[in-house]
Design a protein around this ligand. Structure first.
Ligand code: BES
Ligand code: ZN
Ligand code: ZN
Length: 468
């Protein structure tokens, strides 16, 4: 467990059993220099002796009569530096550490994200508390980083929870916990979903013993003039249905609610931060399973908008649940929508595991989200909503079918979603970055909480510029 605190004292002035000294290309920062002068050059001599240049993430622990010092290589990216530092400190056991803040916000965010662990199902858990003093940090920036990290942690937890625990009902219960933070939460059960006419969402859900839930959230701080509507994919497990996934593909499908988790995490952080923007969130939560009641290939579904869809692949279920969630969001008065979903393997083939695909039905809205993602340190890249491919979704019996052909699969999925809204839509296909199979600077393997920080930056951006 890492706790962060802002401190005015410099590295040389402050007292702590361990001080971290940043190194870049063999050079110390001015604060590091001042400390080294006070120590009579111990640090420089040790660096020279060990040939330590301070490659990114490389570190050298010195124990001297004046105390312990961790020489630490700076990364270009302050978030990555913070994450690597958190991971290095977890291997040591100093209860208190003094660190020069440099760029305090991204460093603090990186430290917190890098310290994340999901070990609630492990027998042995050793949690050594570490208090980090950030020298020279603005206390408000440290507080902001904590509140953002809290939302990211929650989103990661929800993704990492096993699917036998995190059922659609459990996801709805988790959403209800936001009431304690002043968020209005409404949960619709199967009967209410049916009464509304969400035929596509219900078809996906009908194969499971675990009933679906439709989650609607509203964070409406007093005086909010801007509004942001979010939609997140909420498949608590995606087996593929009768278009069954092979084992390797199915193994990470507990994470198919990562878009919904990002919506929840962002709304929690927004409430903690008191962002002056009204934010609504919608999640159609269900499981895609195989059973005698499951939907079939060839089924024709009636969506909330009235448009009909012929099912040609039961594994293209996310777009069906999202079609109804998007239409519902628009019905509730959304003027622009940001939607996040682990929607297609095609997006992963196109952009790899680290970059989300961004689709926008309106350029200005797309650019806002792209810029926000850059500020947030999350990687997104635009793909075209190519109208020429719209014909791949033509069905002989219904208004649309739910899959195109093998080519441009992320694009046809995005085109499908765009059929169900008229207001500007940004669709982020987060199938790649939502879940990682290897540990990285900002966290361990598993859920990444991707999208939370981008959503928060979008919301922040709405408050300090003129509306799009
Ligand atoms: N949940 C998957 C997409 C996915 C793939 C997420 C890999 C994360 C990692 C989605 O429901 C799906 O199965 N999509 C199909 C669509 C296809 C049948 C048109 C896919 O991408 O294969
Ligand atoms: Zn699927
Ligand atoms: Zn899916």
């Amino acid at each position: 467990m890492i706790t962060l605190h802002a401190l005015e004292a410099t590295l040389a002035e402050g007292k702590a059993p361990l001080k971290v000294v940043w190194v870049k290309k063999g050079e110390l920062t001015p604060q590091g220099e001042a400390l080294d002068v006070r120590l009579g050059g111990v640090l420089r001599r040790a660096m020279a002796g060990a040939g330590f240049k301070g490659e990114a993430g490389e570190n050298l622990l010195l124990s001297t009569p004046e105390g312990h010092f961790l020489l630490f290589g700076l990364d270009e990216d302050p978030r990555a530096t913070g994450g690597r530092l958190a991971q290095a400190l977890a291997k040591l056991s100093f209860p208190e550490v003094l660190v020069e803040a440099l760029e305090a916000y991204p460093l603090a965010e990186g430290i917190l994200l890098g310290a994340y662990r999901f070990d609630r199902y492990k027998g042995s858990r050793e949690e050594k508390p570490v208090a980090i003093q950030l020298s020279g940090a603005n206390p408000e920036e440290v507080e902001r980083a904590k509140k953002v990290a809290e939302g990211v942690y929650w989103a990661r937890d929800l993704v990492n929870e096993p699917p036998n625990v995190l059922t659609p009902e459990a996801l709805a219960e988790a959403a209800l916990s936001l009431k304690a933070f002043g968020v209005e939460v409404e949960v619709l059960d199967e009967g209410a979903i049916q009464a509304l006419g969400m035929g596509a969402f219900l078809a996906v859900a009908q194969g499971s013993e675990n009933p679906p839930r439709f989650i609607a959230l509203r964070y409406a701080p007093e005086g909010a003039r801007e509004r942001l509507d979010l939609v997140g994919k909420g498949l608590t497990f995606d087996s593929g249905g009768y278009s069954l996934k092979p084992t390797e593909g199915m193994a990470t499908m507990k994470g198919d609610m990562a878009g919904g988790a990002a919506v929840l995490g962002a709304m929690k952080s927004a409430a903690l931060l008191g962002l002056p923007v009204e934010i609504r969130g919608y999640i159609a939560a269900c499981e895609n399973m195989v059973s005698g009641r499951a939907y079939r290939l060839g089924d024709v579904l009636k969506t909330l908008t009235g448009k009909t869809v012929e099912v040609m692949n039961t594994d293209a279920e996310g777009r069906l649940t999202l079609a109804d969630a998007l239409a519902y969001a628009e019905r509730q008065g959304a003027r622009r929508i940001l939607e996040l979903s682990t929607l297609t393997g095609s997006a992963v083939v196109a952009l790899g595991e680290e970059v989300a695909a961004l689709f926008a039905t309106e350029e200005a809205w797309g650019r806002r989200v792209e810029d926000a993602a850059r500020r947030a340190g999350e990687k997104v890249w635009p793909l075209p909503l190519e109208r020429a491919y719209r014909e791949k979704l033509k069905s002989p019996v219904a208004d649309l079918k739910n899959v195109g052909d093998r080519n441009g699969g992320a694009i046809t999925a995005a085109l499908f979603l765009a059929e169900f809204v008229t207001v500007p839509l940004v669709h982020l296909d987060i199938a790649g970055p939502a879940f990682t199979k290897k540990a990285h600077a900002l966290g361990p393997e598993g859920g990444t909480g991707f999208g939370v920080r981008t959503v928060l930056e979008v919301a922040r951006g709405l408050t300090d510029t003129t509306p799009a």
